[in-house]
Design a protein around this ligand. Structure first.
Ligand code: ADP
Ligand code: ADP
Length: 224
């Protein structure tokens, strides 16, 4: 189970070259995509998540040709976008239960078990009957992870999740991702070096749409 990108390129209609010949192999575990604002991280993640098209290159995950077979990829994908927003007046329980129904979990008992397990996993079970509008930034992000994990994805994409979180929440969020990534591929984008150094087994640095370097975070530091 791995995500493979080969020669992925994307130029926006206004001429901005967002991705240039990106080639990466992303194995099971935590993979950090590090780069400054504008490097192309969101473009790459949204493309892998089948939310936008690239111009050239191939992207495969676990035998699935992502560009050709979007539906199959979506079946195994969890995505937490950068601008993740919640419905403020809905409770955590109701929102997740509703999304689980949309995912096809029609049988009430097993759906409730799944929702309970997810809220417990992200440490929000005691807040299940609170409205999402009253959640802190960190709680919202953890709720976003619960939402992204509905349907047991094999590939989880998380775009700049810790921006705006305080250190305690960031630590908590990292631990959650580390736990999740034991079994699946987790791709995390960030502009914060310590996010990848603390958390990721593998990483790549993206700048101006190109992969500048990739490998194990500690090994990359040693090479400096
Ligand atoms: P990052 O996530 O690393 O901040 P993005 O993928 O958002 O980078 O952006 C990469 C480049 O593409 C930037 O120069 C950005 O301004 C540009 N860009 C992003 N989205 C669009 C768009 N829809 N149209 C034109 N240019 C875009
Ligand atoms: P309704 O379908 O009438 O809206 P639910 O049974 O879905 O009611 O949920 C009502 C409340 O009961 C929820 O807000 C949730 O806190 C709690 N609840 C529902 N199912 C479970 C469950 N399996 N385990 C624990 N609490 C549950």
């Amino acid at each position: 189970m791995e995500l493979r990108l080969e020669g992925v390129s994307k130029t926006y209609p206004n001429g901005t070259r967002a991705l240039h010949d990106v080639t990466l192999t992303i194995p099971r575990g935590m993979f950090g995509l590090l780069g400054p604002n504008g490097a192309g991280k969101s473009t790459l993640m949204r493309s892998i998540a089948t939310l936008q098209e690239v111009d050239a290159g191939s992207m495969t995950f676990d035998g699935i040709d992502i560009r050709k077979d979007k539906d199959r990829l979506r079946d195994v994908l969890g995505f937490l976008p950068q601008d993740f927003g919640v419905y403020p007046k809905v409770t955590a329980w109701d929102m997740l239960d509703h999304l689980a129904q949309l995912k096809g979990l029609s049988q009430r008992r097993s759906r409730h078990d799944a929702v309970k397990a997810l809220l417990t996993k992200v440490n929000l079970w005691e807040h299940r009957d609170r409205r999402l509008g009253g959640f802190s930034g960190g709680m919202k992000q953890r709720f976003g992870i619960a939402q992204a994990l509905l349907g047991d994805p094999k590939l989880l994409i998380v775009d700049e999740p810790t921006a705006g979180l305080d250190p305690a929440e960031r630590f908590r969020f990292h631990n959650l991702l580390a736990e999740i990534s034991a079994d699946i591929v987790v791709l995390l984008s960030t502009h914060i070096v310590s996010d990848v150094a603390d958390l990721c087994q593998n990483m790549a640095v993206l700048a101006q749409g190109r992969v500048v370097t990739s490998g194990h975070p500690l090994r990359l530091v040693e090479e400096l």
